[in-house]
Ligand binder design. Structure first.
Ligand SMILES: NC(=O)c1ccc[n+]([C@@H]2O[C@H](COP(=O)([O-])OP(=O)(O)OC[C@H]3O[C@@H](n4cnc5c(N)ncnc54)[C@H](O)[C@@H]3O)[C@@H](O)[C@H]2O)c1
Length: 202
């Protein structure tokens, strides 16, 4: 697209992250690449929490089954309350912190992992501090991911990490594809290794 756009002056992306743009190619042509930090923090955080509600109330399956005439789905016993559950937040930047605030407001316990934050900073958010993200995965009822896609976070959650999670656990990814090994996730869902997952990301 850059090559085919000789008049291009600037590349702007909503939200944060340059990973969808060939920044080197843009830079070589003197084209600045800009983002809009803060523009959608609340929207993404609300979406992550919306997905927690959707999964914990089994909304998607229940809706589909009811539309297909299966009234018995109301007795499936798959719904549970979020209050009192532990949400593990991977990445406590702008979106992770906003998600933490909403989750605290509905009575969830917070667990946080961010290698670039001190214990004090994490505890100040009201979250239990984890030095090791795999320990957070085993302790959490719901895990929500808010880290950038980098060489360090690519494949952060694979077969080994999924196996560490609770069988009833839910996994939400509103950051980027590539952070979770999706083939491993599909297998984990099929085999009942974890209970549910949602991805809303590029
Ligand atoms: N789905 C969407 O519509 C949407 C919109 C905006 C952003 N995003 C994604 O969400 C991500 C987070 O956005 P943000 O605004 O909160 O960014 P941010 O830069 O404010 O926060 C990212 C946090 O992740 C932490 N981090 C980095 N590597 C980590 C690791 N290995 N483990 C745990 N934490 C780590 C950083 O220290 C930082 O605190 C973005 O990078 C972007 O990919 C998605």
């Amino acid at each position: 697209m850059i090559e085919n756009s000789p008049m291009l002056k600037v590349i702007g992306r909503t939200g944060v992250g340059y990973d969808t743009v060939d920044v080197a190619a843009a830079t070589a042509r003197g084209i600045p690449v800009i983002i809009t930090p803060g523009a959608n923090n609340r929207s993404v955080a609300e979406h992550a929490v919306a997905m927690m509600f959707a999964l914990s109330k089994n909304l998607m399956e229940a809706h589909g089954e009811l539309c297909a005439g299966n009234w018995e789905i109301r007795g499936a016993g798959k719904a549970f309350e979020l209050e009192g559950k532990t949400v593990g937040i991977l990445g406590l930047g702008a979106i992770g912190r906003e998600t933490a605030r909403i989750c605290a407001g509905i009575g969830m316990k917070l667990a946080g992992y961010d290698p670039f934050m001190t214990r004090e900073a994490v505890e100040l958010l009201g979250a239990y501090y984890y030095e090791d993200y795999e320990a957070l995965l085993s302790d959490s009822d719901i895990v929500t991911i808010h880290v950038p896609l980098t060489e360090n976070t690519r494949g952060l959650i694979g077969e080994k990490q999924l196996a560490m999670m609770k069988k009833e656990a839910l996994l939400i990814n509103c950051s980027r594809g590539g952070i979770i090994d999706e083939a491993a996730l599909a297998a984990a869902l099929k085999n009942g290794v974890i209970a549910g997952a949602v991805r809303m990301s590029l």
